[in-house]
Design a protein around this ligand. Structure first.
Ligand code: NAD
Ligand code: TYD
Length: 349
């Protein structure tokens, strides 16, 4: 039975991926490797408690001896690497945390692969990355396979560094690898610091919805389950050494997303005038203007297509948050309050 590690499997995308693999690959043993930072939460995997082909290990990927111990217990044949510090605003407040996990943590995993996978060609190091490594686009332009790296936030610089290390280990030591770069994900279980879940929780609490700058910055959105199906497909059928761009052709200005959420919220709950909560606040320093992805043709050739439209995805997401207020309260109970005060205290004063 192949052992497949999903690092960051207790986070937002990771938990959807673990659930998908546990259900669709009964002959794989899925091992979630996660440090359970503020963003990781075992409640995200609660429904897999009794799954015979899933194991959870609390491990910090930057802690070499801890990773070695996990490797001895469950030697992986494939590593699907998602563990990361993932929020741009936090990277602006404390960049070193991002270097530690995203760069040192990734290289620690690669070192372990170099040591244990010597000469094996049946293994895979799959680096899950972001379109943000390509920098900011002019209007009408698109990221394409082969676009040059131009990271401009501490988050994207740390992910770019990790991508480069993965390629360097592939080139130098022959570790079979694959990288995919995806746009902005949304859906259930996303920590309510990112734009869409932050907007939804503020709608539910009738609090001002902070929109940075003019709200004209563009992000390319994808429903998390569509991303997860692409990762699962590439992990099986993707070409080793290749980089894939994953996207659902859905670039939208932030203000359009927030307005749409306000209108859907009013429609679903009978609330009124939610748009009045929209509040323009001081911009993010170095705010990238536009991301838009031309998805890899090879991905479509393998049979992948996004299945969830923006409207349907936002509806599903709103529904989930409305029904899971206890989850929201639990994940916001700890360190979130001090982060929120630091990030929005001045802006929403
Ligand atoms: P997330 O912040 O929701 O989850 C990250 C997970 O990693 C958490 O469970 C956390 O506990 C774990 N983690 C953090 N540091 C760790 C460490 N040192 N050791 C072990 N575990 C650690 O992130 P997400 O949004 O689910 O993103 C997952 C991956 O996908 C990241 O690599 C991110 O860069 C990438 N990605 C995210 C998006 C997006 O829109 N969210 C888009 C493209 C790519
Ligand atoms: P975010 O969800 O943080 O993802 P990323 O920065 O990785 O793209 O932000 C998405 C967009 O929304 C980005 O342009 C910044 C903007 N934004 C706001 O306008 N207000 C907010 O409170 C947040 C968190 C983001």
């Amino acid at each position: 039975m192949p052992i497949v590690w999903v690092t960051g499997g207790a986070g937002f995308i990771g938990s959807h991926l673990v659930r998908h693999l546990v259900h669709t690959q009964p002959n794989w043993h899925i091992v979630t490797i996660d440090a359970l930072t503020y963003a990781g939460n075992l409640a995200n995997l609660a429904d897999l408690k009794d799954a015979p082909n899933h194991t959870f290990l609390r491990v910090n990927i930057a802690d070499g001896p801890a990773v070695e111990k996990a490797w001895e217990a469950y030697p992986p044949d494939r590593i699907l690497h998602l563990a990361a510090e993932s929020h741009v605003d936090r990277s602006i407040l404390s960049p070193l945390d991002f270097v530690h996990t995203n760069v040192l943590g990734t290289v620690t995993l690669l070192e372990m692969a170099r040591k244990h996978w010597k000469g094996r060609t049946d293994v895979l190091f799959y680096q899950v990355s972001t379109d943000e490594v390509y920098g900011s686009l002019a209007p009408e332009d698109f990221f394409r396979e082969g676009s040059s790296y131009d990271p401009r936030s501490p988050y994207s610089a740390s992910k770019a560094a990790a991508d480069h290390f993965v390629r360097a280990y592939g080139h130098t030591y022959g570790i079979p690898y694959l990288i995919s770069n995806c746009g902005n994900n949304y859906g259930p279980y996303q920590f309510p610091e990112k734009l869409i879940p932050l907007t939804i929780t503020h709608l539910m609490e009738r609090k001002p919805i902070p929109v940075y700058g003019t709200g004209q910055n563009v992000r390319d959105w994808i429903y998390v389950e569509d991303h997860v199906r692409a990762i699962a497909l590439l992990a099986e059928k993707g070409q080793r050494g290749h980089t894939y761009l994953i996207g659902a052709r859905c670039p939208r200005p932030n203000l359009e997303i927030v307005t749409l959420l306000c209108d859907l919220y009013d429609e679903l709950t009978g609330a009124r005038d939610s748009r009045q909560l929209i509040t323009f606040v001081k911009d993010r320093p170095g705010h990238d203007f536009r991301y838009a992805i031309e998805p890899s043709p090879e991905l479509h050739a393998l049979g992948w297509q996004p299945q969830v439209s923006l409207h349907e995805g936002l509806r599903k997401t709103l529904h989930w948050y409305l029904q899971n207020q206890a989850w929201v309260n639990a994940v916001r109970s700890g360190e979130y309050q001090s982060y929120y005060a630091l990030q929005y205290g001045e802006r929403l004063r």
